[in-house]
Design a protein around this ligand. Structure first.
Ligand SMILES: [Zn+2]
Length: 236
């Protein structure tokens, strides 16, 4: 799992502007914390590891409650924290943010939707989150995703438009499948490894030596064991 400074800034911004809930951000940060514990968290850029990690730890506690049941932190506290770690100037940060992190992708959306379902949000909460994210990223979202998000808005207002948890989970599955396909369709020059063609549609990963049967015809394949993307020579 990869986490960037730009992403941290986005999430703090969404929290401060109340586009995402505290519970969502805490669950999001806990996922990254668990990845770090498993030694599977990559920091982007690597020299910002300290700042990114500090922000992740902070985010795990944004939903803490006080003795009286109210939230421990105020929005002003979040603004102060963002300033404290030097992320208040987003112009400055644009240099860190690659083109791909600015855009809200199908994968970003399905990951975020999964967290909402995990922490037990209902269709109404999901509808209002989708609406807020749509307004924020409008014009920089894939057309298909835009339609999916727009279809979630009515859940915000009226129960008859609400999607069931099962339908939402199906949506997550479809989005994951699609974004994976889109990701594999383009050849990526940054990746040098090539899946070894063993013949009869069998490929082998040069990184972990896993062999598997693959009949896809995309430019790239993903190793089912180590999850790395590799060039697919069967692709013509
Ligand atoms: Zn592998």
């Amino acid at each position: 799992m990869r986490v960037s400074l730009g992403e941290i800034n986005e999430k703090l911004d969404d929290l401060i502007e109340e586009r995402i809930s505290r519970e969502f951000l805490s669950a999001w940060a806990q996922e990254r914390q668990a990845a770090e514990d498993a030694n599977q968290l990559e920091y982007d850029p690597p020299n910002e590891e300290d700042r990114i990690w500090r922000a992740i730890l902070y985010c795990t506690g944004v939903d803490l409650l006080d003795m009286d049941g109210s939230y421990l932190h105020s929005i002003d506290n979040f603004i102060d924290f963002r300033r404290e770690i030097g992320l208040e100037d987003s112009c400055d940060l644009d240099r860190h943010i690659g083109e791909h992190t600015i855009r809200y992708s199908k994968k970003d959306f399905s990951n975020d939707l999964k967290i909402h379902l995990k922490i037990g949000c209902d269709a109404k909460q999901i509808g209002s989150w989708a609406h807020a994210m749509y307004l924020k990223h409008c014009g920089r979202i894939d057309r298909e995703l835009e339609e999916i998000m727009v279809n979630l808005f009515p859940s915000e207002e009226s129960p008859e438009f609400e999607l069931t948890k099962k339908e939402l989970l199906e949506l997550v599955d479809n989005l994951e499948l699609e974004s994976d396909k889109e990701e594999l369709a383009r050849s990526i020059s940054d990746i040098k490894e090539i899946a070894e063609d063993l013949g009869d549609n069998w490929l082998m990963c040069p990184l972990c030596q896993e062999a598997w049967e693959d009949t896809s015809d995309y430019a790239m394949v993903r190793c089912p064991k180590c999850n790395h993307r590799l060039h697919n020579l069967k692709f013509k």
